[in-house]
Design a protein around this ligand. Structure first.
Ligand code: NCD
Length: 313
């Protein structure tokens, strides 16, 4: 892969996605060892710059960089000088002056990572920009699907809930359609507008309709922080029409995979019995996240070559 940045999956080819997933597979066993570290990015500096809350993504990128032996340093909105009025560009100029090799950024403004990628020489990895994209999440989702389904080609993935405001959904739609999967989305009209068909997906408004034929059902959290007033009625009503419970899941294929990027609002988009049930691969997604982020850092920063056998890394 010959890229400086990973900003989104909109323009990433099938060959590149396959290379990232294959590289992640090779890195996966590093996390199974007693000494969970390889020297691949020794001496490199990776900065995590999170201007929106995060548990999984931030920890996972941080661990990925550490398991590759990079030096990591992180800061967040609450602890940085943005609280004192510093602009994003000024903060970035100051980070630049400390000579980093990569910055992993999460920001509420769509396009913030793209702006930094254009202005600075270091690699920028988008860890979620507003409602736009969250490419590492979609890649770990695709790796999890590929583990279970063998291939993504010809598979049907249903994405349910607040699809319009979800950067996870948007990156999955780009990635999955590139890989030859069919994506069907369902949710209330304000969260799944008919215009989404422009992204190459089918839009439905009933969860039951999409769950029946799906190989994968991906449930999403309502992005309350991004909703305009009047975009949803009540949580109870939403849950009754769009929540996944065992009754609904029992109408799906017996081997359907249930996914969620987290954080889950139990009892809203998904019942606890489904979240913890036998079809749920939600924690596998989290495990795969570390391997995918190791692969991304390795491929973008051009680490030491790894052999076919990951034990030799
Ligand atoms: C998602 C995000 O931040 O977009 N979470 C994540 O990265 N795992 C989804 C969400 O917050 O609902």
């Amino acid at each position: 892969m010959n890229r400086k940045d990973m900003l989104g999956l909109r323009d990433v080819s099938r060959e590149e996605i396959t290379e990232i997933l294959n590289t992640a597979e090779r890195f996966r066993n590093v996390s199974e060892r007693q000494i969970k570290k390889v020297p691949t990015l020794r001496g490199r500096t990776v900065v995590t710059f999170f201007m929106e809350n995060s548990t999984r993504t931030r920890m996972s990128f941080d661990l990925a960089a550490k398991r590759l032996s990079a030096d990591t340093l992180g800061f967040s909105a609450s602890s940085s000088s943005t609280k004192k009025g510093e602009t994003l560009m000024d903060t970035a100029r100051n980070i630049d002056a400390m000579k980093p090799d990569a910055i992993i950024i999460r920001h509420s403004a769509a396009g913030a990572p793209h702006m930094l990628a254009k202005a600075f020489p270091w690699s920028v990895l988008n860890a979620g920009d507003g409602i736009n994209e969250h490419p590492s999440q979609a890649l770990l989702d695709m790796l999890t699907m590929r583990d279970h389904l063998g291939t993504l080609e010809g598979k049907t993935v249903a994405i349910v809930g607040d699809v319009y405001h979800s950067r996870v959904a948007r990156s999955n739609i780009f990635g999955l359609t590139t890989m030859g999967a069919k994506v069907v989305v369902a949710g209330p009209g304000t969260m799944c507008p008919p215009s989404m068909t422009h992204l190459g997906v089918e839009v439905r408004h009933s969860i039951d309709e999409v769950v029946e034929d799906a190989d994968v059902v991906m449930m999403l959290r309502i992005q309350r922080e991004r909703l305009q007033p009047g975009m949803m009625s009540t949580v109870n009503e939403y849950s009754r029409f769009y929540g996944l419970d065992l009754d609904r899941l029992n109408k799906a294929r017996p081997d359907v995979l249930v996914m969620h990027p987290g954080p889950i609002n139990r009892g809203v988009e998904m019942s606890p019995a489904v979240a913890d049930g036998k079809q749920s691969v939600i924690l596998e997604q989290v495990t795969n996240g570390v391997a995918v982020r190791m692969a991304l850092l390795y491929l973008l920063l051009g680490g030491e070559p790894i052999g076919g056998d990951a034990n030799a890394v």
